[in-house]
Design a protein around this ligand. Sequence first.
Ligand SMILES: [Zn+2]
Length: 407
Amino acid sequence: MKKMFKKEYLKKITWWASSVIIIFLFFAFLLSVFTLQGCAGDVVSRRQGQAVGNISDDKDSQDGDGRTSPGEIPQSDKGNNEEGGQLEEGNDNPDNLNDAGEEQYEFLSEEELLKFKPNELGEVMVLMYHQIGNPESEWVRTPENFKKDLQNLYQKGYRLVSLLDYVRGNINVEAGKSPVILTFDDSTLNHLNFIETDDGYEIDPDCAVAILEDFCNSHPDFGRGATFYIYYPIPFRQPQYIKDKLEFLVCRGYEIGNHTYSHADLSLHSDEDIVKEIALNAMEVGKTIEGYEVRSLALPYGNYPVNIDILAKGEYMGYSYTNEAVLLIGSTPSPSPFSTDFNPLAIPRIRASEIKVEGQGLYDWLDYFDACPGKRYISDGNSSIITAPRELMDKINNKATPKEGSV
Ligand SMILES: [Zn+2]
């Protein structure tokens, strides 16, 4: 009897012990699943047009500003991002249509998200150059230093996009790379210098355009593009070549920008004079290169007029102009064009200089982005989709940047 009781007792103990072990193993299994998801990526769902990506908790991907979890959002249709995930591109991009005419998108895989760490709500450097020549000074960059700048930008993963493409949100750079915009003010001779020869002319190899062409040709994945903010009466200072130079620039994909007709300080002029200054510049360029529309303005001296509405649109003697972007002088990176912080009519620029930059020059900001990569715009490689850390999603601008054809 006593023996039987003992046997019964042992049986119960074994049953209880087995139950406890099974329950323990079950909870251990659940815990491991959640832990693995947290480490390797928490992809909520992923299907065309509305997948929600969320890679998180990879300690290596975190940096000083707490960036942790990229999610992907197709561009435009931006009023629909409550999920913190996907928003669809409008129907204006035929690249997104398959053979059946349905919209489709190629999203980055989890591995690619972890590898590239895209952040298309990050900041963008719009660089401001003035003269390229000797000796180096506050507003002059030597040809050697300009080459050094290009080399540094290239090595650090920056790729050229034009100012208007940036403003319009047409940022086509490969995944993991950052856009950078080059601007040159004042249309000096050393931006584009034609040296006369027996047969015509050749381009001075030390002028800005020649250096840029040379570098872009030897680094085809660097991209192309720069905007030259010109003023009159003699942009680039060789009156006999004004038309040739403007055509040369436009044919090679550079943009012509408005720096007013006479480099006027717009804070000192009447509305009528300001409209005239802007309109005459755009009108001259349009006359020289038929049909070319100047669409952006760099403020001389960085000075705003009292009435800023006339910068974006105006009309003078039957000629009307539109500026999609207005550029300032100095001194910080500019917000992503998809960010609520982005104001196309007040785009700050960074001085591409190492003299008197007071901690706000090109190399200061390159160091800053090296130290805080989460602050930097990093592309997902697909201009139809916006990808950014989930915690930045409330910074998405719900009013889509209008996309227009390049001029
Ligand atoms: Zn200027």
